[in-house]
Ligand binder design. Structure first.
Ligand SMILES: [Mn+2]
Length: 427
């Protein structure tokens, strides 16, 4: 379903005067603090987050899966759904494909469809955590770490195939997340598993094009519950350094043990120039994959504070980051859910842009701890939504994306077109 630009303009008209008074109030407040409001709006407008191809259907858990109706049954329909999100928010200008769930049958046709919706192809994701039908050697006991060379070779070849496909689509990064590990003590020899993983990654790295990044994701546990080969950022960084300068660590917010200081990890990786990408989600307990900003919005702000400051300094030559939402669950309309995540990400980004970094540096130099907190929270407690709205209007998006989505009855239309019981590929 295509959203007509005129529909957005019409809907915006009803909300414009309220927005105008909100942005006028905020702009004068920020201008008094010496901030360049137009520049902040431009930076928000430029910030684009990729939508993964597996997030457009209702997510499943191991306990069940409940259809939301009108789910996309093909890659084309997934791109159309991202087109809806992007038309309304103007912040989702990229798709991240998961292979083999979403292999395009016609590369040129899919590129044409994506460009029609102003959607680029961001990082491609390989999958060696499941066996595919008829697969000659299993990943049951690991893929890149497997004790059997045949399984490792198969997993390496899969990654090489994904690079080739991504190259044809215009992607510039390969994301590798491994489920490899052990569920029981004694199951794996840690050193051999790590050695095999490094060796396999080096073989994949050798096929990474010069203008690409290899992104190595980490996760402490699940699906293996005793050990994971790439369990933390340190292991990921070590493996990336063992590959070469195009290899980087990817931080997924849900892939940490409770209360881990993720903003410090971000800062450390930026110091080394090795932060490659980000997967956004939120969690209460573990890898919950909840809507970004729904549980810990202050943490998200603190992470963005490190990102903004770190990328503005960028003395280690960190490459531009790949941003992606990595969340998918059972109870919300995924299109609305993704728009909520985008709003939360952009809010945290905008708040981070407001931090008075000079004053913070002075307060830190004076060890004025209370003032440090005041400076951070002054930015965090600013209602930045009018800035986001201004950026959306400027880019042709909607003042109230979820409101217009509901008013236009997009989901009802999708159910009419696609049926009640379609199932999207993915988890
Ligand atoms: Mn992830």
């Amino acid at each position: 379903m295509n959203i007509d630009k005129e529909q957005i303009v019409d809907n915006n008209k009803q909300l414009l005067s309220e927005h105008q008074s909100n942005i006028d109030f905020l702009s004068s407040k920020l201008a008094n603090k010496g901030l360049d409001v137009d520049e902040i709006i431009c930076r928000i407008e430029d910030f684009q987050v990729a939508i993964p191809s597996w997030a457009l259907g209702a997510g499943g858990t191991r306990f069940g899966r409940f259809s939301i109706g009108g789910e996309p049954g093909s890659l084309e329909e997934k791109i159309e759904d991202i087109g809806v999100i992007h038309a309304l928010t103007r912040t989702a200008g990229a798709v991240s494909l998961h292979i083999p769930w979403d292999i395009p049958s016609d590369i040129n046709a899919i590129k044409e469809l994506a460009s029609l919706h102003s959607i680029a192809f961001d990082a491609v994701n390989s999958n060696t955590f499941q066996d595919q039908v008829g697969q000659a050697y299993s990943y049951k006991y690991g893929s890149l770490c497997n004790v059997h060379q045949q399984s490792r070779d198969l997993a390496i070849q899969h990654n090489l195939d994904v690079i080739k496909l991504g190259d044809q689509l215009g992607s510039k990064a390969l994301t590798v997340w491994l489920a490899d590990g052990a569920s029981f003590p004694g199951q794996n020899n840690f050193r051999k598993a790590l050695h095999n993983t490094q060796d396999s990654l080096q073989q994949i790295y050798s096929a990474i094009p010069d203008d690409w990044k290899l992104l190595i994701e980490y996760k402490p546990y699940e699906p293996n519950f005793y050990s994971t080969v790439i369990q933390d950022w340190g292991t990921s960084l070590m493996l990336a350094e063992g590959c070469g300068e195009k290899a980087h660590t990817l931080v997924d917010l849900g892939h940490h043990l409770p209360n881990t200081n993720i903003e410090q990890i971000v800062s450390t990786l930026l110091t080394k120039g090795r932060l490659g990408g980000f997967h956004f989600n939120d969690s209460k307990y573990g890898d919950d994959d909840l809507t970004c900003g729904s549980i810990k919005p202050y943490q998200l702000f603190l992470i963005f504070n490190e990102l903004v400051w770190g990328m503005d300094q960028n003395d280690a030559g960190n490459p531009p980051l790949s941003w992606m939402i990595d969340a998918s669950h059972n109870v919300k309309d995924p299109i609305e859910d993704l728009m909520q995540s985008l709003e939360a990400i952009n809010m945290a980004y905008a708040q981070a842009l407001l931090v008075d970094q000079k004053a913070l540096a002075h307060a830190q130099a004076d060890s004025d701890v209370s003032l440090c907190q005041e400076i951070l929270q002054e930015a965090y407690r600013t209602d930045v939504r009018p800035l986001l709205t201004a950026a959306r209007i400027k880019a042709g998006g909607a003042i109230d994306p979820i409101g217009i989505y509901r008013e236009l009855g997009v989901r009802q239309n999708l159910i009419k077109q696609r049926g009640q019981n379609t199932v999207a590929t993915g988890l």
